[in-house]
Design a binder for this molecule. Structure first.
Ligand SMILES: Cc1cc2nc3c(=O)[nH]c(=O)nc-3n(C[C@H](O)[C@H](O)[C@H](O)COP(=O)(O)OP(=O)(O)OC[C@H]3O[C@@H](n4cnc5c(N)ncnc54)[C@H](O)[C@@H]3O)c2cc1C
Length: 438
């Protein structure tokens, strides 16, 4: 079969790998100049660093399986992580049960209760009931008032902004559940590739090419060509390319734009689903900002979701001894920060960085990089299963395989591999996917 894949992110590459290994003739079209999509790297301090902070959980068995098949298990290393919370000018450790018990902004009984709720959600496998209630309503009625105002309200508002009270509890359940199921007795360890996720992206792209796939970089698909709900081909650079089947792995709003012949009710249903953009400043510093890997902003008035100090997670020696920190935000597409340059955004956020760490001196910042994508996080509303897109689309032989499908899980590289695997098996049910072995 002749198969066209739109998008050279991890889902598109995985689908291409599986199908080409099963004997199909595959071409991948990628709009940007590099593979990897949201997990792509840029050159920082002499090595490749992800545009956005990335790590893996031990429970991420889909991607770990593929890592093994690519022969790069030794590159995936596991490091302890230090999670923190910034509250009223003070930094607190906030990762282990013992640290949560010492988190003095919450009354003691609420700290214990917070842990018990985490345990309950982590152990609960049946998530269906969480589809019918918002995270705001569930948390407000199950946790103490201080836990709500200091932990959950800033987290939900920081991540989802204007949509914060629309998000289903199923989304929050998935976040807590993943974290819980990846913990072992010796505390949390997170995975990272020596050389960055680019090592994985390039190993996958190499295997894809070796299987006979052409990866066309800088070649955005402008249109999916159809006739009466039948696929005709893809339009690229003004040319038509015929395919028997197409897998579309870019974000849903791009799918709707490139396939205007989709039925009006389908377009209407999927247009109602919102996405947030992601924006990260990467600060390259000669001194560290803090001792934590990840700091959540627990003061409601700080317009930053989290600070992720990458070199408090992996060795700074990998980056010529520099300290690297992401200043991370999810924002609606019309947010003013998307119209600002990196220096303007840094100037805007500097007073808040100083609020988190009053000793922070901006002269330690040697370089700033800016990464942004407009469709980086699906907003999961109530009853999402009844509105979410499926792999099959109204156009015969056109399949959607993007992050809007991973529900109830939240998007991540592990689920991009899973989506790529599943799309490949829909196109050709004889595709075999070896199981991950510890
Ligand atoms: C801030 C942030 C932090 C994250 N942290 C983590 C983490 O810690 N761990 C983790 O596992 N995951 C993390 N993720 C998620 C992870 O990066 C994504 O879930 C995953 O990379 C998605 O892969 P994908 O292939 O489904 O989609 P994408 O990566 O979005 O790939 C889609 C590709 O399609 C291309 N494209 C778009 N339009 C066209 C067109 N018209 N024609 C051709 N190509 C097109 C795009 O350029 C892109 O390369 C994070 C994401 C963000 C934004």
């Amino acid at each position: 079969m002749k198969i066209g894949i739109v998008g050279g992110g991890i889902a598109g590459l995985t689908a291409g790998y599986r199908l080409a290994k099963n004997g199909h003739q595959v071409e991948i079209f990628e709009a940007s100049g590099n593979v990897g999509g949201l997990a792509a790297g840029l050159q920082v301090a002499g090595t490749s660093l992800e545009k956005y902070y990335h790590h893996l959980f031990t429970s991420d068995t889909c991607i770990r399986g593929l890592v093994d098949q690519l022969g790069i298990r030794s590159k995936l290393q596991w490091f302890p992580s230090q999670m923190g919370a910034a509250y009223h000018g003070k930094l607190y450790k906030f990762g282990t049960p013992a640290q949560i018990l010492q988190f003095s902004p919450l009354p003691l009984w609420e700290r214990v209760w917070f842990g018990l709720i985490g345990l309950y959600l982590g152990k609960k496998n049946d998530w269906k009931e969480f589809e019918n209630v918002t995270a705001v309503k569930w948390m407000k009625s199950h946790c103490g008032s201080k836990t709500w105002s200091i932990i959950w309200e800033p987290l939900l508002k920081g991540k989802f902004g204007r949509y914060y009270d629309k998000v289903a509890m199923a989304w929050l359940w998935a976040r807590i559940h993943t974290r819980f199921s990846s913990r072992k007795g010796d505390g949390e360890k997170l995975g990272y590739f020596e050389g960055g996720f680019e090592v994985f992206n390039q190993a996958l792209a190499k295997a894809v090419r070796k299987a006979g796939v052409q990866i066309h970089l800088n070649q955005p698909i402008s249109r999916i060509l159809t006739d009466k709900n039948q696929l005709k081909g893809l339009e690229v650079n003004g040319q038509t390319k015929a395919f028997d089947k197409v897998i579309f792995s870019a974000a849903t709003p791009i799918f709707l734009k490139t396939c205007p012949e989709l039925p009006a009710d389908y377009i209407k249903r999927l247009t109602q689903l919102d996405f947030l953009g992601a924006q990260c400043l990467i600060l390259v510093m000669k001194q560290k900002f803090s001792d934590m890997y990840w700091i959540n902003m627990n003061d409601g008035d700080i317009p930053i979701l989290a600070l992720i100090e990458h070199t408090n997670f992996v060795p700074k020696e990998w980056y010529q001894g520099k300290h690297l920190m992401y200043v991370a935000n999810y924002l609606p597409q019309d947010h003013k920060y998307f119209k600002m340059n990196k220096n303007e955004i840094f100037a805007e956020l500097l007073p808040y960085l100083k609020k988190v760490n009053p000793k922070f001196d901006p002269s330690v910042v040697e370089e700033i990089h800016l990464s942004q994508d407009l469709f980086a996080q699906p907003v999961v509303p109530l009853h999402y299963s009844s509105v979410k897109p499926t792999y099959e689309t109204p156009i015969e032989n056109v399949f959607l395989a993007n992050m809007a499908l991973v529900y109830p899980e939240d998007r991540g590289t592990n689920f991009a591999v899973d989506v790529g695997n599943k799309a490949a098996r829909l196109v050709d049910p004889s595709v075999q996917i070896p199981a991950f072995k510890e």
